[in-house]
Design a protein around this ligand. Structure first.
Ligand code: CDP
Ligand code: CDP
Length: 227
């Protein structure tokens, strides 16, 4: 019998994927994997090396020597890039506004996709991203497509800001919409709902409601597959 499943959560920026995935993982005693953080770490590394997203050959070389580790912590995960803790650094605006360009590169996607599949190989994983249900874990037992209106997603992200990283709401909304568009229209593994994913618009839902809904779906899958 199967006692653990993999849960894939995909959707656009600010839908609540990481907040919800972290809590679902905690409730089920599963491990949370934030794949967006991996694309962000590669972006930081490339920027530090002065490599632009269009420099495919240089990016390829950089990716071959990539040393990236995810360390689960009590509250989420720590991102180690060549043994440096970059968990906070990868949230910068510089990374956020450029990451979708780097994420469109085929070597980057191949390398990170392989790492993600390896991380999920023993099940008991809640993984969030853009292409988890469609490309990385097409066999995940439970797939969720989490979304909310772009206005609501921008509002949520705006609330997280403080004085030192303040951006006007309108600008944040435009940046989120631009990133969504890049992610949805790229050639390789674009952001799209998997056919067998459960669609969830969280515009009018609380975090707790979303979490308990997904946990219930997970528990019924567990009962289903272990029969
Ligand atoms: O948290 P937020 O929604 O702002 O973004 P994220 O999940 O950290 O992902 C950052 C970017 O990485 C996305 O906009 C995508 O361009 C890319 N990404 C991807 O291409 N595939 C994934 N599985 C995860 C992230
Ligand atoms: O990972 P993703 O970009 O999809 O979203 P996130 O980084 O989890 O950010 C979502 C933000 O909206 C967080 O500040 C949450 O507290 C908030 N939020 C939510 O996630 N879900 C709701 N139903 C309502 C608010």
């Amino acid at each position: 019998t199967i006692d653990r499943i993999n849960i894939a959560i995909d959707g656009p920026a600010g839908a609540g994927k990481s907040t919800v995935a972290r809590k679902v993982a905690a409730e089920l005693s599963y491990v949370y994997v934030d794949t967006g953080a991996m694309y962000r770490a590669v972006t930081l590394l490339a920027q530090r090396n002065g490599i632009g997203p269009e420099q495919a050959a240089d990016l390829h070389k950089l990716i071959e020597g990539l040393d990236l580790k995810l360390q689960p912590t009590s509250t989420g995960q720590k991102i180690m890039l060549h043994n440096e803790d970059v968990t906070e650094l990868i949230r910068s605006r510089e990374v956020t506004t450029q990451v979708s360009h780097y994420a469109a590169n085929e070597y980057v996607r191949q390398k990170l996709g392989d790492m993600q599949r390896e991380l999920a190989s023993h099940k008991g994983i809640v993984m969030d991203g853009r292409d988890i249900g469609t490309h990385v874990l097409p066999d995940a037992e439970l797939k969720i497509f989490l979304t909310a209106s772009v206005k609501e997603r921008a509002r949520r992200r705006h609330q997280e800001l403080n004085d030192s990283n303040y951006v006007p709401l309108e600008q944040l909304e435009a940046e989120i919409a631009a990133r969504d568009k890049l992610d949805e229209t790229r050639e390789i593994a674009p952001l799209i709902q998997a056919e067998d994913a459960v669609f969830l618009d969280t515009s009018h839902m609380t975090i707790e409601e979303v979490v308990s809904y997904i946990v219930k779906l997970g528990q019924s899958k567990l009962m289903g597959v272990s029969e």
